[in-house]
Design a protein around this ligand. Structure first.
Ligand code: AMP
Ligand code: MG
Length: 470
């Protein structure tokens, strides 16, 4: 396998021993057709040199990459919509390997749709092609908007016919591989706590601390919780600023590094709507747009509860209570980032958040989420562009004046970014549901992948134009 010298296998999940996962075998798919490969992500871990046959062998047939011991399905539990489920675990995915990236981070090669495991619970272990395409689109869009996210590395169509209640069936199948900064979930801790295994919690705490939060001192369990709280607050703030609704914020879908992953029924907000819900099965709106901070906090309380087996309650509670202030701090930073302006101190930064939200609220459906940030990127440097653009008529009145005043107080941050050709266009890249369906339709009817590929190329341009750091 022609990996480059940058390829650094480091299968550290095995350090935990054999009580955290089960060795599994990948499905033997009837066909393997490469539909998407993320060469930039591959290059970050030294895998860009694989030719197509080698790529398919690694990410469609799952012949282990050098230095990787072979697939394991992780064990975990979780609260799904607040109901505890001890029957979870990797039911259609596995850990195919772990590698260091070019920033020194330990990343998992995680699969989705790679076959059944001991945790499939009667499910088929498969992923629909449309579901795979949706995960690629979500991850790519989120990365361009500066959200800490898993990246889709590979999508391979696998030639099976699947039955699904939420897609016209039979529907096509695929296997996805993502690069993710840890698949250790809150639910991984919940499983150990459920079995009253303080020793397992202790091992997990040390594993996560040493590999993902090395600034925390060994043995400082509340310190580790504080680091996870901080990372989760930052992630949540970035979702909000991106107008993103994850859709399924169960404890098995949140991990210890605050990097978002597992994109199923996600949506991006068309326009300001706090109650906007992504998943059709979320009837009560538990995971609606504006309830995401509350959902993440609730999940963190479950994690803290598990840590009670190995640490005192008081410092854990204190760490947990850091969520609110951290979220507000990160929300200010996320809005500054999205609007491309520098901080001017807490009060002025908060005014900018408040007036931006007020303008979006007042603008209703006419003022879409993404265009507002696009139009006003880098503050007053964009004034002529915004006021001469397609939404000029929305930019007037008292609420707008308050927004403009708050925005123009702030210095532009790297306004030379406006020279990127993206800002000469009148519309930004969005990812609303109609467009997602419109990208899927030509694949379904004519096997035409060109609109999907063109969209990904434009998102890559957008990522470069914004210049955000995840
Ligand atoms: P998710 O909502 O995608 O995070 O999945 C929740 C749980 O259901 C996880 O344990 C998954 O592995 C499992 N699961 C979801 N879809 C399937 C499937 N088609 N076959 C087997 N297990 C599945
Ligand atoms: Mg999941």
């Amino acid at each position: 396998m022609p990996v480059t010298p940058a390829y650094t296998p480091e299968p550290r999940f095995f350090d935990l021993g054999d009580e955290y996962a089960d060795a599994v075998r990948p499905a033997d798919f009837p066909t393997t057709i490469l539909r998407y490969r993320n060469d930039r992500a591959a290059a970050s871990v030294g895998l860009e040199g694989l030719d197509e046959a080698e790529w398919i062998a690694a990410f469609g047939r799952f012949q282990p990459l050098p230095g990787q011991p072979g697939p394991i399905a992780m064990r975990y539990h979780g609260h799904q919509f607040r109901h505890y489920n001890p029957g979870l675990g990797d039911g259609r995915g596995f850990l195919a390997g772990q590698v260091r990236d070019d920033r020194g981070r330990l990343l998992d090669l995680g699969t989705k749709g790679s076959g059944t495991t001991p945790w499939s619970r009667g499910g088929d272990g498969r992923l629909t092609l449309k579901g795979g395409m949706r995960e690629v689109l979500a991850a790519t869009m989120l990365e361009s908007l500066g959200v800490p996210t898993s990246r889709a590395l590979s999508l391979i169509e696998t030639g099976e016919a699947l039955e699904r209640g939420d897609e016209p069936s039979p529907t096509r199948s695929a296997v996805l591989v993502r690069l993710q900064h840890s698949h250790v979930r809150f639910g991984t801790f919940q499983r150990a706590a459920y079995h009253q295994r303080a020793d397992m919690i202790e091992a997990l705490v040390e594993h996560v601390r040493a590999l993902y939060h090395p600034d925390v001192a060994a043995g400082d369990t509340p310190g580790l919780l504080a680091a996870i709280v901080e990372a989760s607050a930052r992630l949540t703030a970035r979702w909000i600023a991106a107008g993103f609704v994850h859709g399924v914020l169960n404890t098995d879908n949140l991990n210890v590094t605050g990097e978002s992953f597992d994109y199923g029924p996600w949506r991006f907000l068309p326009a300001y709507e706090p109650g906007f819900t992504a998943a059709y099965f979320d009837q009560t709106g538990l995971y609606a747009f504006a309830r995401q901070p509350e959902a993440v906090f609730w999940n963190l309380t479950q994690l803290a509860g598990c840590l009670k087996l190995v640490a005192d309650v008081e410092p854990l509670t204190e760490a947990l209570n850091g969520f609110g202030p951290a979220y507000i701090r990160h929300l200010r930073a996320a809005f500054l980032m999205r609007l491309g302006v520098q901080s001017l101190g807490e009060a002025a930064d908060q005014r900018l958040v408040d007036t931006t939200l007020a303008l979006l609220r007042e603008g209703g459906a006419a003022l879409r989420w993404e265009p507002l940030f696009f139009d006003w990127f880098a503050g007053f440097s964009s004034s002529a562009r915004a006021l001469g653009g397609p939404r000029a008529t929305l930019y007037q009145g008292e609420t707008f004046d308050a927004f403009r005043f708050a925005l123009f107080e702030h210095e532009p941050d790297l306004p030379e970014r406006l020279e990127h050709p993206m800002f000469a266009q009148s519309e930004p890249e969005e990812m609303l549901i109609d467009e997602v369906e419109a990208l899927w339709a030509p694949v379904a009817t004519d096997d035409d992948w060109s609109p999907f590929q063109a969209k990904l190329a434009r998102l890559e341009q957008a990522r470069e134009a914004w210049g955000f750091e995840g």
